[in-house]
Structure formats: structure tokens, C-alpha cells
Write a protein that binds this ligand. Structure first.
Ligand code: AHR
Length: 503
């Protein structure tokens, strides 16, 4: 396989918004309890949050965390999870049919995020609740002393407003599984009214309106058009969610997942721009890709309604990942980077235990899944701006996505970056082919130097990697590729993801 890439540092897609490296903590399974929070754990801080998990979150490079759901938020009464913990009452979370103890609520989460230097992204309940509860939550989080909900926060021990900037207007409201599911008109009107009220409480907040839950939704396209026709003027972003998995052993389609993500983004951008064009608006709606990952949804979705209601942080959708999954995650990040102009916000769903790069044992270790590595290294090495590459690659035919390129690439350029540190120039490359690939990068005659790289190879070693095997997966170091007269030649192993740093 031979591919060519051309670049020039003056040709850029856009600057990388650090919120692209967000993640997600939902009250689901063990994401919160025995995930980020476990007061009896040996590493727990004074607030009951696990230090080992927070340290891995830092190492992962997570900039932002979405909270408290997900499907969970659509039946959530946030007021029940603030104030003295002993007065809080458990309730049945209908999304995951679990007893939620309400021990961790808005204050505990926001203070954890603040201590860890993570930007919070909050979601409001537009399933079973509406305008008043949403506006009250903004006031609780961001209001100054002297009004009801801000004063309640102060009475609960937090004087300073949290200043939460990014707010989701509900979650996956197009999905029939959502508690309080609505059609596009019902949702669009409610989102517009809730958003209007929320912005009247705090004019500085930015709003995310729900897009489709996946490109496969029967209402996809029409949903985006309709909800934006109600909300175009008040929202900044429309959400996208997508999960990928290897179905029926179709490895080629799975390896091509990032091409599907790429087309999905282009289609949502086109839908949003069509609404803007009709309105003769100069405003551009951008995307909050606030749920994305590999998820073995077909085999593990816990939709069995006949199961008893669970309690005490049950193990739900704790997918264990292979190195192949990690290659696909790296490839999905390449697609997100290449849309830096229209995708400023994204969240790997989720952070801990639930389809997550970080796993824990209650009372035990925290460990890195295979998917940890492409995320952590992309977050670390992708600095500055994304270059607008021209990639010429042979293609393969897949059942699910038709023709997809065999080689994908992204490159970032940080003019202010230090030589040798994180590197001013980084390349992210995936070879989806079962053969090695040679990638020739033409750099418009620049005096480029690539110091070395990190490579992660997909494997065929059985099903998935538990803790012991996952720890062996990691990345391997690669020597510098050859550079001659402004042309860099990379050799990529079959089915591999790699990241390269230079200047
Ligand atoms: O991330 C898991 C679930 O996937 C979220 O709760 C929901 O929004 C999506 O369907």
C-alpha cells in the first residue's frame, strides 16, 4: 500500500479547541460510584474522590467532562442531589433501572472538576422536566448571591458561582428509549424556550441542542433541520453521537468506522448550514460531538426490561477493549482533528468503567484500557492548528461504508511549540490495510524533521483484553522516519495507529 500526503503550514483547517479532548461521566453503572468517587478507597481524597482515577484522567489529557448524563439526565431532579447528603433520598433512575443514591450531585461533581482543572459541561433534563428546572439549575451553578437558587448554593457551602459555560439542552431526545422522548417540533420548541430562559439567567452560557443519536436514526437530517429551525439563534452547537463496533466479524467495515464518522460530520454540517442559508444568517453552528467511542452495543445493551432494578453501582456496559478497538479510536480522533473548524467540542463516552479508557476495581486498582493510549497521545501531541492535508490513498471496499481509504492522516502544527518537547509538528496516521503501508509526506520543501513515533498495532489475540493483557498492549516506540529534501517517508505496520512528533 502506498499513500501520499501533501501539506503546507499556511494551509490549515483551524486551531484545535482543547475541548475536543473531553470525556463524559454519567450516573450509570460504576462511572460515578467506585469510578471517580469511592470514599472508602485507599487513594480517596478528603471529598471521597479516587486520586488514582483523577491521576489517570490527567494522564489521559481530558480537558472537559460532560455530566450527569446521558439517558440518566432525562429523569433527573437535580434539586434532590444538593444540600446535606444525609437528607438526600435515593430514586429509581429509569434509564438504567438502577437505584441512584444521590450521594454525588451537582456540587460534588463541579468541585471535583474544578480541583482537577477540568471544564464541566452540564446537561439539563428536558425529558421529564422543562424550562423552570433548567433555568433554576443555571442560577444554582452560576448565579450571584441574592436570588433563591444562588442563595441555596451558598447555603450549601459554595459561595463562588461555578461559572459553567457549556450546557446541553437535554440528551438524545430523538431516541424512543429516552424518558420523555419528543418529536422534533416538540423538542425544538422546548429547547428554544428552556435555552432562552437559561440565557436570561446567565447571558454568557453556550448551548448545545440535541442532534440525532446516530446517523442511523430514521429521523436523521429532518431532526437537525427542524430543531435548528427553532433554536438557530440561541444555540452555538448541535450535538452528534456515534458508537462503532465490529459486527459479525466484519473487520474491514469496523476499520473504516472513522470514514463513517467523517461523512456523518459532513452531513450534519450541511444540514446546519442549510438552515443558516435559508435564514440568510452569517452565524455558523458548530458541532459538539459529545458522545463517541467503540461500544459493543449489539451484544451488551442492557435494555432487558425484565431484569430487576439494580442497586449499589452495578457493572453495566463495562466493555473490555482490544488493540483493534484502540486503532479505531485513534482513527476516530484523526477524523475529529480534521474537522477542527466545525467540531470544537467532543467527549469520549465515557471516562471510567462504562465503555471507558479507565477501569477500576472497587477497593482495588485503576488501570488503562487499550483505548487509553491513542487518546492520551493525541491529546498530548495535537497542539496548535490542524493542517489541511491532501491525502491520496488507495481504498478498500467495505460492506457498511462502501469505499474507504486504506490510509488516514492528520497533522498538527504549533508555531509556538518547542523543538523536542511536545513537538511543533505532529502526524497521526492509521493504516487500515492488512499489508504494510508506505506514506510519503511532501512538505512543500520545508526543512522538516520527525524525531520518532509511537505505534499501536491491532491484534488478533482472541476476544478482548482484561487488565493483565491490556497493560501489555501499550504503544511501542518507533525510530525517526527517513527525511529527504522535504519529503518524509513513513512505513506503517498493518492495521496500526501511530503518532509522530517533530518540528
Ligand atoms: O454513553 C452511554 C449512553 O449512550 C448515554 O447515556 C446515551 O446518551 C447514549 O445512548
Amino acid at each position: 500500500v502506498a499513500a501520499t500526503v501533501s501539506l503546507h503550514p499556511d494551509f490549515q483547517v483551524g486551531e484545535i479547541d482543547r475541548r475536543l479532548f473531553g470525556s463524559f461521566v454519567e450516573h450509570l453503572g460504576r462511572a460515578v460510584y467506585t469510578g471517580i468517587y469511592e470514599p472508602t478507597h485507599s487513594t480517596a481524597d478528603d471529598h471521597g474522590f479516587r486520586r488514582d482515577v483523577a491521576d489517570l484522567t490527567k494522564e489521559l489529557g481530558v480537558s472537559m467532562v460532560r455530566y450527569p448524563g446521558g439517558n440518566f439526565v432525562s429523569n433527573y431532579v437535580w434539586e434532590d442531589a444538593v444540600g446535606p447528603v444525609e437528607d438526600r433520598k435515593p430514586f429509581i433512575d429509569l434509564a438504567w433501572r438502577t437505584i441512584e443514591p444521590n450521594t454525588v450531585g451537582t456540587d460534588e461533581f463541579l468541585q471535583w472538576a474544578e480541583r482537577e482543572g477540568i471544564e464541566p459541561m452540564m446537561a439539563v433534563n428536558l425529558g421529564t422536566r422543562g424550562v423552570a428546572a433548567a433555568a433554576a439549575l443555571v442560577e444554582y451553578c452560576n448565579g450571584e448571591a441574592g436570588s433563591r437558587w444562588a442563595d441555596l448554593r451558598i447555603a450549601n457551602g459554595r459561595a463562588e458561582p461555578y461559572g459553567v459555560k457549556l450546557w446541553c439542552l437535554g440528551n438524545e431526545m430523538d431516541g424512543p428509549w429516552q424518558i420523555g422522548h419528543k418529536d422534533a417540533h416538540e423538542y425544538g420548541k422546548l429547547a428554544a424556550e428552556a435555552g432562552k430562559a437559561m440565557q436570561l439567567v446567565d447571558t454568557s452560557i453556550k448551548l448545545v441542542v440535541c442532534g440525532s443519536s446516530s446517523m442511523g436514526m430514521p429521523t436523521f437530517g429532518e431532526w437537525e433541520r427542524t430543531v435548528l429551525s427553532y433554536t438557530y439563534d440561541i444555540v452555538d452547537h448541535i450535538s452528534m453521537h456515534a458508537y462503532y463496533e465490529e459486527r459479525h466479524g466484519d473487520r474491514a467495515s469496523f476499520l473504516g468506522s472513522a470514514t463513517s464518522m467523517d461523512r456523518f460530520i459532513d452531513r450534519v454540517v450541511a444540514s446546519a448550514d442549510a438552515v443558516g442559508a435559508e435564514r440568510r444568517s452569517d452565524k455558523k453552528i458548530t458541532i459538539s460531538f459529545d458522545e463517541w467511542n467503540v461500544w459493543y452495543l449489539d451484544t451488551k445493551f442492557p435494555g432487558e426490561k425484565n431484569l430487576p432494578i439494580q442497586r449499589d453501582a452495578p457493572r453495566i456496559i463495562e466493555d473490555i477493549y482490544s488493540a483493534l478497538d484502540a486503532v479505531v479510536v485513534g482513527d476516530l480522533l484523526i477524523t475529529l482533528l480534521n474537522h477542527a473548524d466545525r467540531v470544537p467540542v467532543a467527549a469520549l463516552a465515557q471516562l471510567v468503567n462504562v465503555i471507558a479508557p479507565i477501569m477500576t476495581e472497587p477497593g482495588g486498582d485503576a488501570w488503562r484500557q487499550t483505548t487509553f493510549h491513542p487518546f492520551a497521545n493525541t491529546a498530548r501531541l495535537a497542539q496548535g492548528s490542524v493542517l489541511d492535508l491532501r491525502v491520496a490513498s488507495p481504498t478498500m471496499t467495505t460492506k457498511e461504508h462502501g469505499e474507504v481509504p486504506l490510509v488516514t492522516a492528520a497533522a498538527t502544527w504549533d508555531e509556538a511549540g518547542e523543538h523536542g518537547a511536545s513537538g511543533a509538528l505532529s502526524f497521526f496516521l492509521v493504516n487500515r490495510s492488512a499489508e504494510p503501508a508506505t506514506v510519503t509526506v511532501r512538505t512543500a520543501g520545508l526543512d522538516v524533521s520527525v524525531e520518532g513515533g509511537l505505534e499501536l498495532l491491532a491484534d488478533h489475540v482472541g476476544e478482548r483484553h482484561g487488565k493483565v493483557e491490556a497493560e501489555k498492549v501499550g504503544t511501542v516506540e518507533r525510530d525517526a522516519p527517513s527525511v529527504e529534501g522535504g519529503t518524509v517517508t513513513f512505513t506503517l505496520a498493518p492495521e496500526s495507529w501511530s503518532a509522530w512528533h517533530g518540528f
